[in-house]
Write a protein that binds this ligand. Structure first.
Ligand code: FEO
Length: 396
C-alpha cells in the first residue's frame, strides 16, 4: 500500500465513508464524507486525530505503510467527536506506549468516552512539541466545534491541522490536495457543513480566526474534505463570512410548507414578484421535500428569506417550525425577511413568523395571509410583497 503525501514529512492516512446515510444521524450525505487523519514522520512519529471506529483496519494499514515498521510515538487529539476519536482505543492497543496529547477538556472526554487515562501529555495555548527536525505548536480553539477543540501547526512546513474548521462533506475521490482534484462538489458541501455543524459558533470561529491570523499558513489540513493549498485564502474568507453571518450573494430563499398547495401557490406568486423586481437568484424550498440541512445552507448564502406556512393545529406547519428552530439555534443575523401563510378558519402562522423574525432583529419587509384558496386581492399582495423583497435585497 502507498499513502498520499501532503509534504515530505506528512502522510494522509484518512478514510472515505461512502456508506453512512446521515451525518450525526441527521444530515444526508449525497457525496459521502471523509475522516481525515495525518501522520508526521520525523525522529518521532505523530498521528493527528483518528477515524470512525468501523474504518480502523484500513486506517491502520495506511499508518503501517507510512511508518514502515516504526511505532507511532504521539497521538495528537485536535477534536474528540467520535467521527475522529472513534479509533483511539484501538490505536492505544496497537501502540501501548503512545503518548496522547490534548488539553484538559480533551482528557475529560477521553476518560469518559474510552476510559483512557494513561500516557497523557496536557498542552496549553502555544505549547510546542519537537519531533526532531519538525516542531508542532498547539492552539486552543474552543467551540470550533466542541469545547476541547484545538488546532496543530507544523511550523517548518507552515501546515495547519485545523480540526473541523475549513472542513466539508464529500469523499476524497482519488486525490487529497485541492490542486489535484475536481472541487465542484465541495463548495456547496462546505457551506452545508458549516451551516449545520459549526453555524451556531460564529463568535468562537471569529476568535479562532483572529488567534491564527498571525501564523503564516501555506496548507490547511482539515478533518473533512480536501487539503487546501491553492484555495486556502478562499476557504478562510468563506469561514470568515459565514461566521459573521454575512450573506454571500443577493438572492432570496423562499421556504414554505404546504398541505394542499394553497401556501405553495402564494410562494410561487411571491417568487414571481421577486424576479420581476430584478432579483434573479430565487430558491424555492418545500420543507417537506428538501432536507432542512440544504435549506439552512441556502439561508447562510443568500441575503433574503421569505417563510410561508399554513396554520396547522393552531401552530406552524411542523417542517416550518423545525426550520425556524434550526435558524434560531444558530443565531443567523442580518437577513431581510417576509412572511406568508394560509389558514382555513383561524390564522396563526403569520402571527408567529413575524414576531419570530423581530426577535432575531431582522429587517421585515411585510407579510400576507390568506384564508382558504388564494384569491385576487391576496394574489396581488403576494406579488407586491415579492417586489418589495427585491427592492430591499437590492438596497433600493
Ligand atoms: Fe468532524 Fe465535530 O467532528
Amino acid at each position: 500500500m502507498k499513502t498520499q503525501k501532503i509534504s515530505p514529512s506528512v502522510h494522509y492516512v484518512g478514510v472515505n465513508d461512502r456508506r453512512k446515510s446521515l451525518f450525526e444521524n441527521q444530515m444526508p450525505l449525497p457525496y459521502g464524507v471523509s475522516y481525515n487523519s495525518y501522520l508526521i514522520v520525523d525522529e518521532k512519529i505523530a498521528l493527528i486525530d483518528t477515524v470512525e471506529e468501523g474504518y480502523f483496519d484500513i486506517f491502520l494499514q495506511k499508518i503501517e505503510a507510512a511508518t514502515q515498521g516504526r511505532k507511532v510515538d504521539y497521538l495528537i487529539i485536535n477534536h474528540m467527536e467520535p467521527d475522529h476519536s472513534g479509533s483511539i482505543r484501538l490505536i492505544t492497543q496497537q501502540y501501548p506506549n503512545i503518548q496522547i496529547i490534548g488539553n484538559a477538556k480533551t482528557f475529560d472526554m477521553l476518560k469518559g468516552y474510552y476510559g483512557v487515562v494513561d500516557n497523557l501529555l496536557e498542552v496549553t495555548d502555544a505549547a510546542e512539541l519537537i519531533l526532531g527536525e519538525k516542531t508542532l505548536q498547539f492552539y486552543l480553539a474552543p467551540m470550533v466545534h466542541w469545547p476541547e477543540t484545538m488546532v496543530t501547526y507544523l511550523k517548518q512546513e507552515k501546515i495547519l491541522f485545523s480540526g473541523d474548521a475549513f472542513g466539508c462533506f464529500g469523499t476524497l475521490d482519488g486525490g487529497v490536495v485541492d490542486t489535484s482534484i475536481n472541487l465542484d462538489k465541495y463548495w456547496g458541501e462546505m457551506r452545508r457543513y458549516y451551516a449545520n455543524i459549526v453555524g451556531k459558533y460564529g463568535v468562537p470561529v471569529q476568535n479562532a480566526l483572529k488567534k491564527l491570523s498571525s501564523l503564516e499558513i501555506d496548507t490547511i489540513c482539515s478533518t473533512h474534505g480536501p487539503v487546501w493549498t491553492e484555495h486556502r485564502a478562499k476557504v478562510v474568507e468563506l469561514y470568515d463570512k459565514y461566521s459573521r453571518y454575512e450573506a454571500l450573494e443577493k438572492g432570496v430563499v423562499v421556504a414554505y410548507g404546504s398541505m394542499y398547495g394553497h401556501t405553495e401557490q402564494m410562494a410561487e406568486v411571491i417568487a414571481e414578484g421577486i424576479v420581476a423586481g430584478g432579483v434573479s437568484k430565487v430558491l424555492l424550498h418545500d420543507v417537506s421535500k428538501t432536507d432542512l440541512s440544504f435549506v439552512l445552507a441556502d439561508v447562510f448564502k443568500y441575503s433574503g428569506l421569505v417563510i410561508g406556512s399554513p396554520t396547522y393545529m393552531n401552530e406552524l406547519f411542523p417542517g416550518v417550525a423545525a426550520l425556524l428552530h434550526k435558524i434560531e439555534m444558530r443565531g443567523v443575523k442580518h437577513r431581510i425577511f417576509a412572511a406568508f401563510g394560509s389558514c382555513t378558519w383561524a390564522g396563526v402562522s403569520v402571527k408567529t413568523l413575524v414576531p419570530w423574525a423581530e426577535k432575531l432583529h431582522w429587517h421585515i419587509v411585510g407579510s400576507v395571509e390568506e384564508k382558504q384558496a388564494l384569491k385576487a386581492e391576496k394574489y396581488q399582495q403576494c406579488y407586491e410583497l415579492g417586489l418589495k423583497m427585491a427592492q430591499a435585497v437590492l438596497g433600493k
